[in-house]
Design a protein around this ligand. Structure first.
Ligand code: ADP
Length: 597
């Protein structure tokens, strides 16, 4: 996540900062206007107040001048009773009107009666002929005067009016009002009020130090006037230097008195307000910028998240695409594998066809080999019978010759039967089992091999019961099996030196008869024990063996539901066990097997 770009915001703030300048101008104008309005109102209030006071006393002198008490006193100034009455009147009027002092001067300016009689600054008997209001009134002019009280030292405003008679002016009635009360009403505030007289000298001010300072330069005539009339404590008032930039000033004339009332507001008030307004604006701007910054930051976060999401989506899509490509490749691979497999299967089928064909050929070969193998023994026997017969004929032994010829005939019958069996075996025909007596079949097989047995000088140990053992077999098949097993035994015995022995014995159990054939030959080799039943397995040399004998026997025994077991005897030599089932009673019938065809 990137850092928020506060630097950019600071730059923006710096750019926006000049905006505060016109804002300040606006605020100054606005607050200046407000201030001016307020000052205007204050000023109007004070002017109205002052005006009301002045107007109240404006007409009072002329009203009072006709009162008989004052006229009588002017007529007889030495009359104490008249003076007392006049004094009492002035006291009452002063109390009622709120005037500071009311007093009556005679034509020479001496005080005849006064409202402040008996007080510390009692005017009684004092001469005010030096005051301008006396001179003006005596001259018949409108007499108004501002001045500092000579005894009270309080600023006052004097209204004077002449009391006339047919014979001329009798005296002057003067009313003094205290202006300091007004000043004290103004109180203390940041604004300053000041009243300047016609000469521009400050006569009233809410700010003490400004009193009696001149707001404009005084001419020589004015200075002479001041020296004569003594309205101020000093004869040459110092200038009041005000910096116009520090103050906001508003003025109103007071024409009744020839005065000017001003209100001065310090600009610092304005500055403070403008400053706070600008500060607020700046703060608002800062907050705005902050918010903007936060908004931008949030927006950036949002964009970053969207970007991240889209990147994740792209990655996912890419992964999906890769996966899809993988799957497609796999699919293609599988399709190719299927095609390959189909091709292989087709090849297999054709190979199988070839194999079947080869199998047929091999079966044919096997059959041909079997026929030659199986017929070898009877053929050999026939030859020797035939040879014997010719020798017997030479000797004229006709009966013996006939016996040999009968043997030859029987053997040919057997041979025909063998051929038919082999044919049936090759066709996988099934002959129903018959009941065959074991001993005669064994005798026949031994008779076939009689000549070889004699040549090899084999000692036969025969241990069989006299009573015929009926077993489930076929006449020819049983003879075939026995002739093969006995032939193998003779072959094995021929490989060793005498004494050569052959044992034949039987064992009976509830199921059948087991014929044991044992010789004292070399016995089965380890390989022969495993493979002797396979067709064409032979250990015999020089074409003596075809390896078909045990294969044929095994097949014949299986078909008869019997068992052929190969083993070696513990004392050496081979021991074969031929198990055949007991014949069922129904089978005790004549054999069909030996019939040729
Ligand atoms: P073949 O006699 O033509 O060899 P067989 O199927 O009859 O074919 O026998 C297979 C093999 O079993 C023989 O080659 C031999 O090694 C072995 N065999 C059979 N009978 C005997 C026996 N009595 N003693 C020793 N070996 C035997």
């Amino acid at each position: 996540m990137r850092r928020p770009r506060w630097g950019h915001l600071l730059l923006l703030a710096a750019l926006l900062l000049p905006l505060l300048w016109p804002l300040q101008q606006l605020a100054e104008r606005y607050y200046g206007e407000r201030l001016r309005e307020r000052s205007q109102q204050t000023l109007a209030l004070y002017v109205a107040n002052l005006q009301a006071t002045l107007r109240r006393f404006e007409v009072l002198p002329s009203l009072l001048s006709d009162l008989p008490e004052l006229r009588q006193l002017l007529a007889s100034p030495a009359d104490p009773a008249g003076r007392d009455r006049a004094n009492a009147l002035l006291i009452r009027v002063a109390e009622q009107t709120g005037a500071a002092v009311i007093y009556l001067l005679d034509a020479q300016g001496n005080t005849l009666a006064t409202s402040n009689v008996g007080q510390a600054d009692d005017f009684s008997g004092r001469n005010f002929a030096f005051r301008p209001y006396y001179r003006d009134a005596m001259a018949g002019k409108r007499a108004r005067f501002f001045g500092l009280g000579t005894t009270s030292q309080r600023r006052g405003y004097y209204f004077a009016d002449a009391l006339d008679d047919t014979g001329g002016t009798l005296g002057v009635l003067v009313i003094k009002i205290d202006l300091e009360d007004h000043e004290s009403l103004w109180g203390q505030s940041d604004e300053r009020l000041l009243v300047t007289d016609a000469r521009g000298v400050v006569i009233l001010s809410s700010h003490g130090p400004w009193r009696f300072l001149a707001r404009q330069p005084l001419s020589a005539a004015q200075l002479a006037e001041i020296a004569r009339d003594q309205p101020y404590p000093s004869a040459s008032p110092a200038p009041l230097a005000l910096n116009a930039r520090d103050w906001l000033e508003q003025q109103r004339p007071l024409p009744e008195a020839g005065w000017n009332v001003s209100i001065l507001t310090p600009r610092t008030l304005l500055a403070a307000q403008v400053q706070s307004a600008v500060l607020i604006a700046a703060a608002a701007l800062a907050v705005l910028l902050l918010l903007l910054g936060l908004l931008l930051q949030r927006r950036r976060h949002y964009l970053a998240r969207i970007d991240q999401d889209s990147r994740a989506r792209r990655e996912l899509e890419q992964r999906v695409a890769e996966r899809t490509a993988d799957l497609q490749a796999l699919n293609q691979h599988l399709r190719e594998a299927v095609l390959e497999r189909e091709a292989a299967q087709q090849q297999l089928v054709s190979t199988q066809d070839e194999l079947v064909q080869a199998g047929k050929l091999s079966a044919l070969g096997t059959m041909a080999a079997s026929i030659s193998h199986e017929l070898n023994q009877p053929l050999a026997a026939i030859r020797s019978y035939a040879d014997n017969a010719s020798v017997l004929l030479d000797h004229g032994r006709l009966d013996d010759t006939r016996g040999n010829l009968r043997q030859i005939s029987e053997l040919t019958t057997r041979m025909a039967s063998i051929i038919s069996h082999l044919r049936a075996y090759a066709r996988r025909d099934r002959h129903a089992p018959e009941s065959v007596a074991l001993q005669p079949a064994l005798d026949d097989a031994l008779a076939l091999l009689a000549k070889r047995r004699r040549e090899l000088n084999i000692e036969l140990h025969r241990d069989l019961p006299e009573a015929p053992l009926w077993v489930q077999a076929g006449e020819t098949r049983l003879r075939q099996i026995l002739a093969n097993l006995l032939g193998n035994a003779l072959d094995a015995l021929s490989e060793r030196a005498p004494p050569r022995q052959l044992w034949l014995s039987t064992q009976l159990d509830s199921e059948g008869v087991t014929l044991q054939l044992r010789d004292n030959g070399p016995g089965f080799s380890a390989e022969a024990l495993l493979r002797a039943r396979e067709p064409f397995f032979t250990t015999k040399q020089h074409g003596n063996g075809l390896g078909l004998g045990l294969a044929i026997c095994n097949n014949l025994v299986d078909a008869l539901e019997g068992r052929l077991t190969l083993a070696n005897h513990p004392q050496g030599g081979a021991q074969l066990s031929l198990f055949l089932r007991h014949a069922k009673d129904a089978m005790h019938s004549a054999s069909h097997e030996d019939l040729p065809g």
